[in-house]
Design a protein. Structure first.
Length: 138
């Protein structure tokens, strides 16, 4: 993955739309379009290999619309400029996280010492509970 090419393609090909944001803001919230929706056609994202495109399509399925555009929304702050900056960062982070190849976990078996330790602690617990039993008096 070429991060520089990815960053430049997002900056040049992304389309931005604004709308009214919910939440805090008082009277101003009904007048100012601070919510940012950033979308980019998946075909215009550069800096990815074929395998990474497949991973992106698979892992970002909920964020890809019917026009095959990857989108993200941001309405964290009351300021449109800050939300725009956060949306660009969020979209780039989303792409990077989606194409990251995770290592396959190798299952390991417990060691002999750990098995012995577990059995010993079970035996001690068993003896402790056994001592609590009521004694039958004649």
């Amino acid at each position: 993955m070429d991060r520089e090419a990815l960053h430049n393609s997002i900056l040049s090909n992304a389309s931005i739309s604004f709308s009214r944001s919910g939440g805090k803001g008082g009277q101003n919230v009904n007048k100012v379009n601070t919510k940012v929706r950033l979308s980019i056609p998946v075909s215009k994202i550069s800096g990815l290999s074929e395998k990474e495109y497949e991973l992106l399509a698979k892992n970002c399925k909920p964020f890809i619309n019917k026009n095959f555009e990857l989108f993200t929304d941001c309405e964290e702050t009351r300021f449109q400029g800050q939300n725009r900056k956060n949306a660009f960062e969020r979209l780039e982070a989303k792409i990077i996280a989606a194409v990251k190849i995770t290592k396959k976990r190798i299952k390991t078996k417990p060691t002999a010492a750990s098995k012995e330790k577990r059995l010993k602690s079970k035996k001690i617990r068993s003896l402790l509970k056994h001592q609590r039993l009521a004694v039958d008096l004649p």
